[in-house]
Design a protein around this ligand. Structure first.
Ligand code: OGA
Ligand code: NI
Length: 316
């Protein structure tokens, strides 16, 4: 029940609904059976920590390869941002959700390319908001490049090949707010989905767990590691890697006691560019599995609304 995809928002953001009633409106009740087993019986996954300060080492690249090919996600530590800075980012996110409704109607913030920033739409009444968010995304932009290079090396490819296929990154920030929910057994925070990104970089709530990842048809809880950034591979990483990297299908469950906040930064290629499987990863044993795609994010949203996966359309 996140204040999330515009497509999902009815007339009123969910944060407002949660403030005005304790009844869960019918449209939020999950139709195809309950989320079930959402908390206690879902096992905690291995944190899959990747130390960014050691990313050039064989050992770290091997961990990365395992994470990418078996889970499609990992958590980055030693990324150069201090814990107190990450707390500051969380703090401006909290302040953001305390703003009056009109100020936060625009929930997606394009942060790269810079000329699409439209800073005039950013909340004005939060003194540190712009500064902190811009510093955060500046760090993430650098980290994106480091990670795309590491991904190439982890798959034993020349280090620039993902970066070159990706081209100039579009990065979109979204603040997610999950109110405490009176019926957590019956309401998702976010329904199961893979992201329509190359990778997504997520700053999780420091205290409240909620994110879960699907692996071999089983759900796992993602551990909260306050100083780590959670990275999940999206459909475009799966496409570029010709299926070697798996999109991490994930969901967010709600919590009856506590609200939860997260900040997702979606990283995608320029929507006008064509993105397809790397030639290096197409061969007789592994023929091309996906078409080239363009403006994938649009395709993604069309399918998301229908509860389908856009990547199925890209499969050959
Ligand atoms: C998303 C997402 C997870 C979270 O925004 O696509 O999966 O924990 N967010 O908020
Ligand atoms: Ni997601």
């Amino acid at each position: 029940m996140a204040a999330s995809f515009e497509a999902e928002l009815p007339s009123k953001p969910v944060q407002e609904i949660a403030q005005s009633t304790k009844e869960v409106p019918e449209r939020f009740i999950h139709k195809n059976g309950y989320p079930q087993d959402i908390h206690d019986s879902v096992p905690l996954m291995d944190p899959l920590l990747i130390d960014l300060s050691l990313i050039s080492t064989e050992a770290e690249l091997q961990k990365l390869q395992f994470a990418l090919t078996s889970w499609g996600c990992f958590q980055v530590i030693n990324h150069g941002m201090t814990s107190s800075f990450l707390d500051e980012v969380r703090h401006v996110a909290e302040q953001f959700f305390a703003l009056p409704l009109e100020e936060k109607q625009k929930l997606y913030l394009t942060v790269y390319p810079e000329d699409l920033r439209k800073l005039n739409f950013w909340p004005e009444n939060l003194p540190r908001f712009r500064e902190v968010v811009l510093e955060y995304v500046t760090n993430l932009k650098i980290m994106l490049e480091v990670i795309l290079k590491a991904i190439a090396r982890a798959l034993t490819l020349e280090e620039n090949c993902f970066l070159n296929e990706h081209g100039e990154a579009t990065m979109i920030a979204r603040f997610n707010f999950y109110p405490s929910c009176p019926a957590p057994q019956r309401v998702f925070g976010l329904k199961p989905h893979g992201d329509g990104t190359t990778i997504t970089m997520l700053l999780q709530d420091k205290e409240v767990e909620g994110l879960q990842v699907l692996k071999d048809d089983n759900w796992f809880r993602v551990p909260v590691i306050p100083h780590a950034i959670f990275i999940n591979a999206g459909d475009l990483a799966e496409i570029m890697s010709n299926g070697i990297i798996r999109t991490a299908v994930h969901r967010v469950v709600t919590n009856s006691e506590r609200e939860r906040i997260s900040l997702a930064v979606f990283c995608l290629p320029n929507p006008d560019a064509e993105t397809g499987p790397l030639n290096e990863l197409i061969n007789a044993d592994r023929p091309q599995m996906y078409k080239k795609v363009k403006n994938y994010i649009e395709l993604f949203f069309q399918h998301y609304q229908l509860g389908q996966r856009a990547i199925d359309v890209a499969k050959l």
